[in-house]
Design a binder for this molecule. Sequence first.
Ligand code: ADP
Ligand code: MG
Length: 222
Amino acid sequence: MEIVKTINLKKYYKMDNYTVKAVDNINLNINNHEFIAIVGSSGSGKSTLLNCISSFISYDSGEIDLNGTKISELDQSEIAEIRNKKLGFVFQDFMLLDGLTVFENVCVPRVIHEAPYKPMEKKAKELLQMFDIYKIASKYPAEISGGQRQRTAVARALMNDPLIILADEPTGNLDSNSTKEIMDILKGLHNEGRTVILITHDNDIAAQAKRVIKIKDGKVES
Ligand code: ADP
Ligand code: MG
């Protein structure tokens, strides 16, 4: 079954003197439980595509179907609900909140909808154990390594048990050891049945996914 589908998706950035065709008629079919990499050089449109799928930005035309629902038919609160409950995000620059501890950062996806504390704490502690960041739970992002920051971000992404993990260059700021750790974590998430969409400019990283799609100038390369 398809869990993410884009149909003739277009997103253009209209500048004063020219237009950037960042996503130019992309048709994607991503199956449930797939581990797919979208690879392309810098500026090829990868982040724009992922940000459209995530509803972080709007698109110009076409359609996105998430888990059988057309997102154009949803209102803002329904989109927010899907984003919070069904999607988990991992970014190149971690996007942790500097004023919160590791534990608190991991809890953010539940805190924002005022989930009860005890089950939240239990879930967060499980994730902290799983990703070997339990001992640093009360540290702040500035006090921990890049690998630990990204493991914190992955734990946060999993807090609401999302169906789909969307990772935009998750290893882009990591050394080779931490890169391997994060890739192993993504492979593990795939093996436990989640859909993983990985974006990277690095062909060697992309090759670790089960399927690779190349994009160039906003189009899928055949
Ligand atoms: P990638 O993630 O593959 O590096 P992006 O999706 O970030 O590519 O960018 C695709 C193209 O769209 C690039 O030419 C980039 O400069 C342009 N672009 C991205 N975001 C914006 C924006 N907010 N305004 C104008 N142009 C943008
Ligand atoms: Mg990008």
